[in-house]
Design a binder for this molecule. Structure first.
Ligand code: 6PG
Length: 471
């Protein structure tokens, strides 16, 4: 039998790595796999039986069977594991070989790795891959960044395995350096925002309107047939039906209300602060993951600050419909924040992003996929330089149609004593963004009074400082 030359070698055969290898092989690309955990290698070999897949336990053999110039891809946790894999494979590689990091690496780490590997004439790509296990197996959204020549080498494989929407691949070369990992980070920031908004919607429906899990399923299932159509709404509808194993009741009611986070949403908020791009909704989502972790403190505080929780006693269907509008309003606002951040980062880090392309590859395969992304892609197609999605004529109409809904829901949630920080942040972002005047003049006055930090005037150019009178 001819000796197969493997097009790509995958290091890291966890959920994502193993499923992506199977996906590559399903599309006719012979792929080898390596993992220090031999049980993962044998799991790949049994699942890949009959396919052009070879799981090996020795790194030397793993490298030796790769077609030259070699392509080594890794799907391992961000941080030290990535550096460990690079150090392990480097001795076996030759100039011109390509390493691909498909994990959720922080973009500054990716920048560092580009430099280190470039000095050794080893090519490098930082690639965001979204869609979880199902995405990896049957079609992820892929966000590659790095030298375009290196991308060209892997483009056929990525285009074959990526999700497809209306015949177009959910993969596009995004730019040099850490462009791919940056886009994935912002994808996750938007993901955090949408997940928080959906959880607040659930809270209002459950604690405010006393809907049952079956009714919650029906509501989200219906919403998923309209403007809210998206992966996160779809899985939320299903979650309410999941039985709790061999116990009675539904699993959702027995899951501990302490959210974990691997950090990509936090990174988004951190870099937005550095770029001075407001991400009100995404920041609220990150903070609420932190707040949820204070479970024990919250239980104690509840004893001190008794909540007068009561139920909404009006027409629940009318209320739920307004909530649907508030959720869509806030979904648009969250995407507007993320796209504005990408625009700012593109200038600051010279990524030269095409926001239309990013919206298009997010239409399928990824966690934030939604039919709304069709309109978002169109908005940036019509005006690639629009500073904020909200200024697009079609999008602005969608937002204005639901302004009454968001105001009603926030006011009602306040009366029902149900926290809705992401909804509130979304409305405040909107109300601030469309305010020609904001009370920042007082901030300037305070800063100049106590710190002589100076201020500008509305009526004359220049920078001023006042010796404020002690009145
Ligand atoms: C994706 C997801 C994935 C992320 C998980 C966990 O795009 O497939 O974003 O990359 O790691 O969602 O993220 P958190 O632990 O930060 O919620």
């Amino acid at each position: 039998m001819d000796k197969i030359e493997y097009e790509l070698g995958m290091v890291g055969l966890g959920v994502m790595g193993r499923n992506l290898v199977l996906n590559f092989a399903d599309h006719g690309f012979p792929v080898s796999g390596f993992d220090k955990d031999v049980s993962k290698v044998s799991a790949l070999n049994s699942e890949g039986a009959g396919k052009m897949i070879k799981g090996v336990n020795s790194l030397q053999e793993f490298i030796s069977i790769l077609k030259k110039p070699r392509v080594v891809m890794m799907l391992v946790p961000a941080g030290a594991p990535v550096d460990a894999v690079i150090n392990d494979v480097l001795p076996f590689l030759e100039p011109g070989d390509l390493i691909i990091d498909g994990g959720n690496s922080h973009f500054t780490d990716t920048n560092k790795r580009f430099k280190e590997l470039g000095n050794k004439n080893i090519n490098f790509l930082g690639v965001g891959i979204s869609g979880g296990e199902q995405g990896a197996r049957f079609g992820p959204s892929i966000m590659p960044g790095g030298p375009s020549a290196s991308y060209e080498r892997i483009r056929p494989l990525f285009e074959a395995v990526s999700a497809k929407v209306n015949g177009s691949n959910c993969v596009e070369y995004l730019g040099t350096g850490s462009a791919g990992h940056y886009v994935k980070m912002v994808h996750n920031g938007i993901e955090y925002g949408l997940m928080q908004l959906i959880s607040e919607t659930y809270d209002v429906l459950k604690r405010g309107l006393n809907y049952t899990n079956d009714e919650l399923h029906d509501i989200f299932d219906t919403w998923n047939k309209g403007e809210l159509q998206s992966f996160l709404i779809e899985i939320t509808a299903d979650i309410f039906l999941q039985p709790d194993g061999n116990k009675s009741g539904r699993l959702i009611d027995n899951i501990l209300d302490k959210a974990k986070q691997k950090g990509t949403g936090k990174w988004t908020s951190q870099d937005a602060m550095d770029l001075q791009v407001p991400l009100n909704t995404i920041d609220a989502a990150v903070s609420m993951r932190d707040m949820s972790a204070y479970k024990e403190e919250r239980e104690n505080a509840a004893k001190i600050f008794q909540s007068n929780q009561y139920l909404f006693n009006g027409d629940r269907k009318v209320f739920a419909n307004k909530l649907r509008g508030a959720l869509f309003f806030s979904m648009i606002i969250t995407f507007a924040q993320g796209m504005a951040m990408l625009d700012s980062a593109s200038r600051e880090y010279h990524y030269n992003f095409k926001l239309k392309d990013i919206a298009k590859i997010w239409r399928g395969g990824c966690i934030i996929r939604a039919s709304l992304l069709e309109e978002i892609a169109e908005a940036f197609e019509n005006n690639p330089n629009i500073p904020n999605l909200l200024l697009d004529s079609e999008i602005s109409k969608e937002v204005l149609k639901r302004l009454e809904n968001i105001r009603f829901i926030i006011k009602s949630a306040i009366d029902l004593e149900i926290p809705v920080p992401a909804f509130s942040a979304s409305l405040s972002y909107f109300d601030s963004y469309r305010s020609p005047w904001l009370p920042a003049n007082l901030v300037q006055a305070q800063r100049d009074l106590f710190g002589a930090h100076t201020y500008e005037r509305v009526d004359e150019k220049g920078v001023y400082h006042t010796l404020w009178n002690k009145i």
